[in-house]
Design a protein around this ligand. Structure first.
Ligand code: ATP
Ligand code: ZN
Length: 306
């Protein structure tokens, strides 16, 4: 059934995510952890939200900023590299900024970096003038060069950027790097970061003026909760009350603890419960034990609502 609302008025929120690629699975996992469930359309292009009035549109990641700008989608999960590239590109054409980053999502981490031949030293002001730099991010690279007053040739490539120097198409590259393995396989070394990137939740610059405002707010609250507990653990231990200050010094990433006297234990022993936001490694547990803690237990946190 076709609804007859104006294109910019909807009573459901529509989020664009990558259809197939590095960001697809983590984006769906994050939305599921925030309580969204969905029904997939037969062509797997549109997921109809069941538990919340939120639908998903599955598209190429490069289309996501434009879909938000055009109001076809309300929010999107996309790499910061893609979002900023398209923002700079629009700005260079004098178009206003139609989307913005609402949250970093903590997955799809990578960096846009210069990769240079292994034999080079890195002295950009000296080396770059007149060189050819292969990239898929001409606007980001262009702005970086412009800010430093460097005049180099940007060679636009849509894929396999790291091959360009070997094929004689460019002298160096400015490409996305996560481990650096692809660069070194092509005798290039990463030298300078142009942009630190991760997947972000993007939305329009203006807030929604209808029920979508409330739905977006609920989703953001839930996403914040999910992201906050991703590395959080509940730490339980027992210890003499006197060593508690020392234990808390070893737990700088812990929330204020709950401290309960132990029943029938003379000597002021207490049970301690603390929510910790950093990784609770064996090393840290051993340090706590050495400082007087015993009965240490680390428990996963399933849900949290601040
Ligand atoms: P699409 O078909 O949707 O256009 P794509 O080939 O452009 O897919 P992917 O390779 O899946 O996209 O990358 C999507 C995003 O993943 C990138 O824009 C970037 O934000 C992030 N990413 C994380 N690590 C890397 C990496 N090592 N190389 C490239 N992208 C990475
Ligand atoms: Zn893409």
């Amino acid at each position: 059934m076709q609804r007859t609302t104006a294109p910019n008025e909807r009573d459901r929120l529509r989020i664009a995510i990558q259809k197939s690629g590095r960001l697809s699975e983590p984006a769906l996992a994050l939305l599921a952890a925030a309580g969204l469930s969905w029904q997939e359309s037969r062509d797997k292009q549109f997921y109809y939200g069941e538990s919340l009035p939120i639908d998903l549109l599955l598209v190429r990641d490069d289309d996501i900023p434009g879909l938000i700008a055009d109001g076809v989608c309300d929010l999107g999960m996309v790499g910061r590299n893609v979002l900023i590239e398209q923002q700079y590109e629009r700005e260079s054409r004098g178009q206003p900024r139609p989307f913005r980053e609402l949250r970093g999502l903590g997955f799809g981490r990578c960096r846009l970096m210069f990769g240079i031949p292994e034999a080079w030293d890195w002295q950009p002001e000296v080396q770059l003038p007149g060189k050819r730099i292969a990239t898929s991010y001409p606007a980001l690279l262009g702005r970086w060069l412009q800010q430093r007053g460097i005049d180099a040739t940007v060679v636009l490539m849509s894929g396999s950027v790291e091959l360009a120097p070997r094929l004689g198409q460019a002298d160096l590259v400015c490409d996305l790097v996560s481990s650096g393995g692809t660069l070194s396989a092509n005798q290039l070394k990463p030298v300078e970061v142009v942009l630190d990137s991760e997947a972000v939740l993007a939305g329009p610059t203006e807030s929604f003026a209808d029920v979508r405002a409330g739905i977006a707010e609920l989703l953001l609250r839930r996403l914040d909760g999910v992201m906050k507990i991703r590395d959080s653990k509940l730490l339980m231990l027992q210890a003499p009350r006197a060593v508690l200050p020392h234990l808390m010094q070893l737990l700088p990433d812990a929330e204020p603890p709950t401290v309960t006297p132990l029943d029938g234990q003379p000597g002021g022993d207490v049970a301690v419960q603390a929510l910790c936001h950093g990784a609770m490694t064996w090393q840290r547990l051993e340090d706590l034990k050495r400082a007087g803690a015993r009965g240490l237990m680390v428990l996963p946190v399933e849900r949290m609502l601040a």
